[in-house]
Design a protein around this ligand. Structure first.
Ligand SMILES: [Zn+2]
Length: 171
């Protein structure tokens, strides 16, 4: 549930404290159109508090189930990432800037669900492949690659070449 990711500000002790989250498919099912549907990730949140200032340092590590962008095979991928967010309590509402996320002193909890989701997403490369990203690296599925290249309209040139090779062989 989303509220499992609430951090109650008033309960945070001065100095250092830690919160752990274990993430699986339930986490991703809370997000509409999630880019990731399954995984096994541990999140360590290190909180440092000093007066009206908080730093939330998120460290995520684990695996996600995803697809190779080249051959579409399912792959298990290792992910690891870190990010720190600084919060500052203000009496008057203030727009967050590059340095701080300002929180009104009437707010008593921060929900970190979106922060965790975004950190996980940023650890995923634009193009994932069996060879580079799979937990058990392998070559792309050759049958699928053949199928894709045969069905790709942009590959007309290749088709012609393949056909002419075939024609030559048939002669
Ligand atoms: Zn592949």
């Amino acid at each position: 549930m989303l509220k499992d990711y609430n951090i109650e500000i008033a309960k945070i002790k001065s100095g250092h404290s830690e919160v752990n989250f274990n993430i699986d498919r339930n986490f991703f099912s809370l997000k509409a159109n999630s880019l990731i549907s399954d995984g096994n990730i541990s999140v360590l949140l290190n909180i440092f508090k000093k007066e009206g200032l908080f730093s939330f340092k998120f460290s995520v590590k684990g695996t996600i189930s995803t697809q190779c962008d080249i051959c579409l095979d399912d792959i298990e991928m290792l992910i690891e990432g870190e990010e720190t967010i600084f919060y500052k309590i203000t009496e008057t509402p203030k727009q967050s800037d590059d340095e701080f996320v300002y929180i009104d002193d009437s707010i008593f909890k921060i929900n970190v669900y979106d922060n965790i989701y975004e950190i996980i997403c940023t650890t995923v490369p634009m193009v994932k492949s069996c060879e580079k990203n799979s937990l058990t690296p392998k070559s792309c599925n050759p049958q699928m690659l053949k199928y894709i290249s045969n069905n790709n309209d942009d590959n007309d040139e290749k088709k012609i070449t393949t056909n002419s090779i075939k024609d030559n062989l048939n002669r």
